[in-house]
Ligand binder design. Structure first.
Ligand code: ADP
Ligand code: MG
Length: 255
């Protein structure tokens, strides 16, 4: 099955259980939004999918196209086609975006195979054009002194260049002004398609006005309490997370 399949996942950090029986499927070609109040465990889920060593998987499964993700090293997960954009991306002073992306792409090639500079730049400029960015952007150091919007743009460019099978984008909208939000949304919308599954993690509904998801899931206290089509995001906006929490109680009692 071509999907990211998370089944009954339990995750602990420092002995405390944060994700508590989360089940979620993201087929390739679809955009799924994962919403939830602060502290519900959204970023914890993203970090575990990426292979962060501080988080312990207590139980459950995480499969990508049927393959167990959780036993692979982080770089191996990336090479198999998983892309993560984190809520707080790192700065890499002294390394330009162009060189960083080139190294990232080179590392995905089989041993002994060389990434041709001309091919690389052709692709880089094609993607820059597609995303409506400026070429000069790629000669800046990765995230160094970047605004929130510029950091997100860097990640969208990475996503475009690496062409993963699945992308997990954590709070791609936090701290963005409306123009930056539109740029990010334009980027994601031009990259979505049958070959890419996207898990879009967001606290706010507003990003979903620009990136319309195929499915919406609401996470409260470590598990999914409601799932639906795009209208669920609007309902949530109207009724608030307390309404979703009632769902959490219901599901706790009916389990
Ligand atoms: P969200 O992204 O939904 O806001 P997080 O996954 O960041 O939620 O956090 C969920 C809970 O896990 C919070 O209570 C947070 O304090 C806790 N948590 C997350 N990471 C760590 C960590 N590295 N050490 C201790 N507690 C953590
Ligand atoms: Mg978070």
């Amino acid at each position: 099955m071509k999907e990211l399949n998370i089944e009954n996942l339990h995750i602990a950090v420092d002995g405390q259980e944060i994700v508590r029986g989360l089940t979620l499927r993201v087929p390739r070609g679809e955009v799924h939004a994962l919403m939830g109040p602060n502290g519900s465990g959204k970023s914890t889920l993203a970090k575990v999918l990426a292979g962060h060593p501080d988080y312990q998987v207590i139980a459950g499964k995480g499969l990508m196209d049927g393959e167990n993700l959780l036993e692979l090293e982080p770089d191996e997960r990336a090479r198999r086609g998983l892309f993560m954009a984190f809520q707080y991306p790192s700065e890499i002073p002294g390394v330009t975006i162009a060189n960083f992306l080139r190294a990232a792409m080179q590392s995905r090639l089989p041993e002994g195979e060389e990434l041709e500079a001309t091919d690389y730049y052709a692709k880089l400029y094609e993607k820059i054009e597609l995303l409506g960015m400026d070429r000069s952007f790629t000669s800046r150091a990765v995230n160094e002194g970047f605004s929130g919007g510029e950091k997100k743009r860097t990640e969208i460019l990475q996503l475009a260049m690496l062409e993963p099978k699945y992308a997990v984008l954590d709070e791609t909208d936090s701290g963005l002004d409306i123009d930056a939000l539109k740029t990010v949304a334009h980027g994601v919308n031009s990259l979505r398609g049958p070959n890419l599954g996207i898990l879009l993690i967001t606290h706010y509904q507003r990003l979903l006005n620009y990136i319309v998801p195929d499915h919406v899931h609401v996470m409260v206290a470590g598990r999914i309490v409601r799932s639906g089509r795009k209208e669920l995001a609007l309902e949530l906006e109207e009724r608030g997370y307390d309404w979703a929490r009632e769902g959490a109680l219901e599901s706790a009692y009916t389990r």
